[in-house]
Design a protein around this ligand. Sequence first.
Ligand code: UGA
Length: 458
Amino acid sequence: SGASRPRLAFLGTGYLGATYAICFAELGYEVLGFDVDEAKIAKLGAGQVPFHEPGLDELLRTNLASGRLRFTTSYETVADFADVHFICVGTPQRADGMGADLAYVEASVTNLARHLKRRALIVGKSTVPVGTAEWVEQLVAKHADPELGVEVAWSPEFLQEGFAVEDVLRPNRIVVGVRSEWSNGMLYAAHKGVFDLAATEDREVPLVVTDFATAELVKVAANAFLATKISFINAMAEVCEVAGGDVTQLAKAIGYDPRIGNRFLQAGVGFGGGCLPKDIRAFQARAQELGAGEALRFLHEVDLINQRRRTRVLTLAAELLGRRAGPAGPDLSGTRIAVLGSAFKPNSDDVRDAPALAVATALSTAGADVHVYDPQGMENARIKQPTLTYETSMVEAVTGAELVCVLTEWAEFRNADPFALGDLVAGKRVIDGRNCLDPARWARAGWLYRGMGRPTPA
Ligand code: UGA
């Protein structure tokens, strides 16, 4: 097998690796997915995606059937199979809360390198601190047979949950950090399916070929920028709240300037998920280690603004329910609150660092009887916060509630009828934590409405 049609392996079949493996099989490559987790591999091999991602189940089944996609738990098998190995394992937040834990990267690279019997390219995809690619290169030098000429490259990914299939098949750019013409050529061949698909659709996918450090930094810089953009608009929401402005109109107005752009300017309870919060912390920690801590000090502020939005919901809840906030926060005992949403964003079942679940927990800690409903995030929420009450529908969650908090902007909540819901609640009070409801309509239905950085409707 040569560079014309390289065989691809994806090591780590979590969200990232599984999505890539399945989509690259769809593009026509021979693909092997590897994981040390036998249960996960068995599930994937049987055609079941172990997480929620639109469109992926069907692609998994058709590509398993085509024979282009297989899964294994054997390092020997994967080392023997592929020309290009993508490292897609997790890089969780370290126990100290700041840096990234590279134990899985180390284990997968070391074991793979030891088993290689032919020339191959090892490509990092996981989000890592800058400098990791060089360290991986040293690991490979130490554990792979030097005669083979195994090389390392870096190619970050930019998948958004809910759009991951599109983001792999039709990415807005491909970034590769390479050291040699050989690895550059191999990576080009490994992505040719993406470029070919674009050509048939009369599109172009920009390719950025760069060094290791830049390739690693592109990923964290992009996420830091997105987090900053969200916290910027949330900071404006804070100012609107005291000045009497409307942040949704402000966002719209500044967003018309193409240099600013209208996307990722949605004020609300802030960002969560498995990436943005953890990435900005790890980025700061790494910059600090490198002696550029000051350059990223603003990211600490980005984080604080984000946390303050969660607290804001508690303050609004106390205010709407007529409770005074003591030094330890508001006392909400004896109140019943419906929380609509637990996932960190709509169309996802992911509750990692989810603002909705964090606020639900804080309301409960403040003494409220919290009833949560989410169209998909309930199973994961129950595992993470077993003490909250989970309901099987929006109607059940809001029935008898004195306050309804909409914290994830699912279509089901956006389109909810305030007149119908008004008949079910014990008190018509609503906090729109995502500014996804029409304040005037809810006010007409008799609700006391509070948004984030929006004035209260007359
Ligand atoms: C994010 C990035 O958008 C991806 O490009 C990146 O590849 C990915 O992290 C990653 O590092 O793997 P994701 O975590 O799926 O993707 O979620 P986003 O759509 O970015 O949303 C993040 C959070 O920001 C959500 O909680 C969302 O509700 C919030 N958000 C987003 C806002 O509060 N306001 C906005 O205007 C946009």
